[in-house]
Design a binder for this molecule. Structure first.
Ligand code: SF4
Length: 306
């Protein structure tokens, strides 16, 4: 449980609050209690992550970004969720594996890295499926390095290049510099993408990018940077069109609509220019039916799991 000492002066994410989370909470809204809002097999990740058996997701509460358009804002910003122990998290990992999940998918894990490492230590001799670190990209390279030997697949967002955009939408002016540095570290740790004979990813990095309404130029600039930074055999790209205005977007005019087909197609062209392999979400997926349901009560959640 040595990892838990990192909570005593928390600098896990670029906010670097430096606070003692056993006594108080930082920007992410979480103290030292491990909190989740949903776990179970999830079928709407990229095909190489979900497959037909599903991805073994665990949704963690709180967030170090708190984006205004977050589709999971109930758990990232509204305290929905419930506390579990490290041992219970370890049991969830093994239960997901037993149910046939293709991987353990840690959704929004950054601020709970110490507890997650403790849980993975408990199951290390019995867990045979890959572990996926599914994050918003706002990471410290130092924290990513702690994951070597624990995480097989990184699934980071790369949300913005423009610091004004990242400040306005995610209160993080330093988003891009931290994200690109962290993603380089992820590529070093995970190496080139490798699949099993069913096409399920076993190791590697998938960079996700959600095309926001009104931000296509920023998206294209990001694709150019990715194209110039990584060779095409090193990473996969997942381009997403599913932006859905939430009630938190009400006061932001450009975020009150969906991304248009013109905006989305122009970013697709930028991805294709560099020949990356990956996934392009269909525009028809932009529907809030894909927002999962979250829970406050452990018993209810366990009941709802498959
Ligand atoms: S994880 Fe939370 S407490 Fe720690 S530095 Fe980030 S925002 Fe602050």
């Amino acid at each position: 449980m040595d990892h838990l000492r990192l909570l005593k002066q928390c600098r896990l994410c670029p906010r670097q609050c430096g606070i003692d989370r056993t006594k108080t909470k930082g920007f992410c809204g979480e103290g030292d209690s491990l909190r989740i809002a949903r776990w179970g097999r999830h079928y709407w990740e990229e095909p190489c992550i979900s497959g037909k058996e599903g991805s073994g997701t665990v949704f963690f509460c709180g967030c170090s970004l708190k984006c205004v358009f977050c589709q999971n804002y109930e758990i990232s910003q509204q305290n929905t969720g419930y506390e579990i122990s490290v041992q219970e998290l370890a049991d969830i990992f093994l239960s997901l594996q037993q149910k046939g999940a293709n991987n353990i998918n840690l959704v929004n894990p950054t601020h709970f890295v110490p507890q997650i490492l403790c849980a993975l230590d408990i199951v290390k001799d019995n867990l045979t499926i890959p572990v996926v670190y599914n994050c918003g990209g706002y990471e410290r390279a130092e924290t990513i390095r702690l994951l070597e030997g624990y995480v097989d697949i990184f699934l980071p967002d790369l949300k913005y290049f423009d610091s004004e955009l990242s400040l306005k939408y995610s209160k993080a002016k330093d988003y891009f510099d931290n994200a690109i540095t962290a993603i380089k570290e992820m590529v070093k740790i995970a190496g080139k993408p490798e699949f099993d004979d069913r096409g399920i990813l076993q190791k590697g990095v998938i960079i996700r990018h959600l095309v926001l309404p009104g931000s296509r130029k920023d998206s294209i600039q990001l694709m150019d940077i990715i194209g110039e930074t990584f060779s095409k055999d090193k990473i996969l790209i997942s381009l997403m069109s599913q932006f859905t205005p939430t009630k938190n977007c009400n006061n932001i005019k450009e975020l009150s609509r969906r991304t248009t087909t013109f905006e989305y197609n122009s970013v697709i062209k930028a991805v294709e220019k560099y020949g990356f392999e990956g996934y392009i979400q269909q525009k028809s997926s932009a529907d809030d039916v894909y927002i999962p349901q979250f829970f406050n009560d452990k018993k209810v959640t366990f009941f709802h799991n498959d």
